[in-house]
Design a protein around this ligand. Structure first.
Ligand code: VOV
Length: 250
């Protein structure tokens, strides 16, 4: 049997995509809309104390195109916490004006491909590792999310490659990624056993064109060119409480 990569896990992740029911929203009267917005604000205001207590991080982005209208991305300590958030949202009045579009359940993951030899120290005591496993979402202007797999076809089976080969391929992947330092921040979440694909890729950038540049450049890299399989892409713009309300204004 081949050697599995060692992985470290951090916060659990829920990407909760919703669409707006504009027919219901425009048909509601001013008071009903005011109550819905008030409850939406109250829901969002619960996020910052969680972040200050270092128990999670949250963000909301509008989604361009017809796949969804917005996504709430939550990082939390447990699946129970994520479930509670999802249910709490469903209970607020604003949720009645939304429909479920897509969701993705995963966990922030780091693999040991490029970690170097173990010096015997516990990586979970390393503040750099912890900062990557429990990241504060950057509130960058744009988000790009897509799920992906590594292929398991006869000729191109990632899981049949030996560790050294996978390490070599991941080194090339990392090198391309490093060229985008300061332009794109990536959060890789593992979802084997949790959702329909093997990883969620969440990218953040101030300039959305950098998503296209990075993903395109990686398409030519062997890990992606030969072994990558990709799901639907979602791209969006940062929403604050104010800009969310602005988006909903009639
Ligand atoms: C923004 C840039 C960027 C950078 C710097 C970067 C670096 C790295 C490093 C160093 C490592 C390995 C160690 C670890 O950290 O886990 C990874 C790991 C991974 N990546 Fe990556 N990646 C980036 C970006 C980046 C993108 C854009 C994609 C999507 C691929 C594409 O073609 O659309 C991706 C995917 C992944 C995945 C699925 C994994 C896990 C693979 C596995 O088999 O376990 N990644 N990645």
């Amino acid at each position: 049997m081949n050697e599995a990569a060692m992985t470290l896990e951090g916060w659990y992740a829920l990407h909760d995509f919703r669409s707006l029911n504009w027919t219901a929203w425009t048909a509601a009267d001013d008071e009903e809309r005011a109550v819905a917005l008030e409850e939406l604000h109250a829901f969002m205001q619960e996020w910052s104390p969680v972040e200050e207590a270092k128990q999670g991080s949250s963000a909301v982005y509008s989604i361009i195109g017809q796949k969804a209208d917005f996504v709430m991305m939550f990082l939390r300590e447990s699946l129970e916490d994520l479930n509670q958030l999802e249910t709490a949202f469903n209970k607020i009045a604003f949720a009645q004006y939304t429909t479920k579009a897509y969701s993705y359940v995963s966990i922030v993951e780091l693999s040991n491909y490029l970690a170097g030899g173990s010096d015997g120290s516990d990586p979970m005591q390393n503040p750099h590792v912890i900062a990557r496993l429990k990241p504060v979402l950057p509130q960058a202007k744009h988000i790009c999310f897509y799920p992906m797999n590594k292929k398991r076809e006869l000729a191109d089976n990632w899981y049949m490659l030996d560790m050294d080969k996978r390490r070599e391929l991941m080194a090339s992947h990392g090198l391309i990624g490093r060229g985008y330092a300061g332009k794109v921040k990536q959060i890789i979440t593992g979802s084997v056993g949790f959702d329909d694909w093997e990883w969620g890729v969440t990218l953040f950038a101030e300039d959305p064109l950098q998503f296209k540049k990075l993903v395109y450049e990686m398409r030519f890299d062997e890990v992606s060119a030969r072994y990558g399989e990709f799901g639907p892409f979602y791209v969006g713009n940062l929403l604050t409480e104010d800009s969310f309300e602005e988006m909903l204004k009639l």
